[in-house]
Design a protein around this ligand. Structure first.
Ligand SMILES: Nc1ncnc2c1ncn2[C@@H]1O[C@H](COP(=O)(O)OP(=O)(O)OP(=O)(O)O)[C@@H](O)[C@H]1O
Length: 579
């Protein structure tokens, strides 16, 4: 709740305005019964028609005042809550972007989505409900008991006792349902996770004819979520009938004992109406607050879940004594790019085994460098440590002599254009994807890049060309088309190092060959790193390293490795390149 406390401190002005108008509204609400008692005592009973007129006008004025103050109070409270949610959303997005991929998977993507969307929404609703419904009820209870005491101290005992009974019932109900309320968000996370997997994996589920099994799995989880809610609602369901019963008891008791007092001339008849009104208004406010009180613990848990994400600090950070980005960019620009891995060792967080063991190599500008090896040998991990998606354990990675740990993260990543193994294109249009890293790209540049990435023909055949719609995850394109669009996106970024992580695997041999030929010219001054399984793809590389279980077992050209590297020879045999 520190998050909320800090926000309240920073926005005390808006909240105070809300609170002031809310208090005025509460006074206006309770002023009406007072005027009703006046009109009865001084006007109706004493047949003073002038008094009836003047009090009626006062009541209308109070009513208007009450309505206006209520609207203004609601406006400030809604503003306060909406800004809180907006600020959280911004901070969450900013912080999540800095987290490492491991930290993101520790939270879980589904949970992060729920936290940004649902939990933040709960927090916003909590603030509105707390200030509009919950907070006014005890204030109203205290003022109405105080006003009742002014009219008749002994009759005040009736609403006082009733309100206490109802307040105890609310606390008891809350206490009993708390364990179930606290479980709600976790169950929602689980439901979101299963839903997400069902939608993303829809093709596989259908291909395996597993729809029924998956539906049953989701139904079980949804049932569990529903059961939990039914338990909570059952517990709270008692409160409303109890409150209505208490209202009847109050009316009966006040009228009975009030009548005795009127007969004994110790109370005016109109005061009975006022006391009944005070009590009913208070109990109604309590009913309203009890209905929204169920949301409170859920929203408190939601705020804690938001705080948990906000307090997570990235394990990959900029070093503390960095100069301005431009300092590094200027130096990097002045010299042709060079990249060195110097005895790099790496293991994933919590893993026993090192995935990269003493990896050393150097690449100069204009060189085409390739990494091959069996599946799981650590090829993609080299890409991850170069991009600092994970930090290495030992050794150093040098870019133009700068240790990558001593470069600002954004400056380092600006040097690299990365094409991931799994082509992912963003929803929007093809143009949006091209302009992802180069927002000022002209149409002519786009056509040029599309031609190099062998994607121009299929883009040109689409009715809307570069403005064609891309569905979420690029599902309206084939695997090979997605790969070429993802290559085009990376080529649109002006970098020094182009890192292709098995990015040609979905291309046919002819397209693969044409693309590599174009890349050779287009990236002639750059460093090109190609991670591949297919030896045909990397046969013309200037230098190839062969990885086995995270170690380099050979380095050389295709021809050299075919002569002296056992793993490379085996790969060549398995791909029909060698007999
Ligand atoms: N985030 C991770 N946490 C823990 N271990 C991981 C993680 N990512 C990869 N690994 C492990 O690291 C090893 C190397 O994985 P990597 O993805 O680098 O292999 P690869 O050579 O690129 O394989 P492929 O050719 O199949 O893509 C594998 O044993 C893998 O299980």
């Amino acid at each position: 709740m520190k998050l909320l406390r800090t926000y309240i401190k920073e926005n005390i002005g808006t909240l105070s305005l809300g609170a002031i108008f809310l208090t005025l509204n509460t006074f206006a609400t309770l002023a009406i019964p007072f005027q009703v008692s006046n009109i009865i005592n001084q006007g109706i009973i004493k047949k003073n028609i002038d008094m009836v007129y003047s009090t009626s006008i006062k009541m209308i004025a109070i009513l208007i005042f009450g309505t206006v103050t209520g609207i203004i109070a609601n406006h400030f409270i809604a503003l306060f809550a909406a800004r809180f949610a907006k600020q959280n959303r911004k901070m969450l997005m900013r912080n999540i972007e800095t987290l490492t991929l491991d930290q993101v998977s520790d939270f879980g993507v589904a949970s992060l989505v729920t936290r940004v969307a649902n939990d933040n929404n709960n927090a916003q609703q909590l603030i509105v409900a707390f200030f509009q419904m919950i907070l006014p009820s005890p204030i109203m209870a205290i003022i109405s008991i105080f006003l009742t005491i002014q009219l008749s101290p002994s009759l005040a005992l009736i609403p006082l006792f009733t309100i206490l009974v109802f307040a105890c019932a609310i606390i008891l109900t809350l206490f009993k349902s708390l364990p179930y309320i606290l479980k709600v968000q976790k169950k929602l996370d689980r439901m979101t996770l299963v839903l997400r997997e069902r939608f993303i994996g829809a093709k596989i589920i259908r291909a395996f004819d597993n729809s029924k099994k998956e539906r049953d799995k989701f139904n079980d989880i949804a049932q569990d979520y529903t059961d939990n809610y039914i338990i909570i609602n059952k517990k709270f369901a008692l409160l409303s009938p109890m409150a209505f019963a208490l209202m009847s008891v109050i009316i009966t008791l006040i009228i009975f004992f009030g009548a005795m007092k009127v007969v004994n001339n110790t109370l005016e008849i109109g005061s009975i109406t006022a006391i009944v009104e005070y009590s009913l208004t208070t109990i109604s406010a309590l009913i309203m607050s009890s209905m929204v009180l169920v949301q409170m613990p859920k929203a408190v848990v939601s705020i804690e879940r938001i705080e948990e994400v906000l307090s997570a600090t990235s394990e990959i950070k900029d070093s503390s004594d960095l100069k301005d980005d431009s300092y590094y960019e200027d130096i990097l620009k002045q010299n042709p790019i060079s990249l060195t891995f110097d005895n790099v060792c790496f293991r994933y967080k919590g893993a026993e085994k090192q995935i990269l063991k003493n990896i050393s190599f150097s690449i100069k500008a204009g060189e085409r460098f390739a990494i091959v090896g069996a599946t799981g040998s650590g090829k993609s991990t080299i890409a991850k440590v170069l991009l600092r998606l994970n930090d290495i354990e030992n050794g150093q990675i040098l870019i133009n002599g700068f240790n990558s740990l001593d470069l600002p993260l954004n400056c380092l990543r600006n040097q690299i254009s990365y094409i991931p193994q799994k082509a992912y294109i963003f929803s929007g249009t093809i143009k949006d994807n091209f302009r992802f890293a180069n927002k000022d790209m002209t149409d002519e540049e786009m056509v040029k890049i599309a031609k190099i990435a062998q994607s121009y023909d299929f883009i040109d055949s689409l009715p809307d060309k570069f403005n064609s719609f891309v569905a979420q995850g690029g599902t309206n394109f084939s695997g090979g088309q997605k790969q070429r669009l993802s290559i085009a996106r990376a080529l649109s970024k002006d970098s020094n190092i182009y890192l292709f992580d098995d990015s040609f695997s979905a291309l046919d041999y002819a397209t693969d060959a044409k693309l590599r030929k174009e890349l050779k010219t287009f990236l002639k001054d750059k460093i090109t790193i190609i991670i591949a399984q297919r030896l045909n793809t990397i046969a013309d590389a200037d230098k190839i390293i062969v990885l086995k279980d995270g170690e380099i077992t050979g380095m050389g050209t295709h021809e050299e490795l075919l002569k002296n590297n056992h793993e490379y020879i085996e790969l060549a045999k398995s791909q029909g390149i060698l007999e």
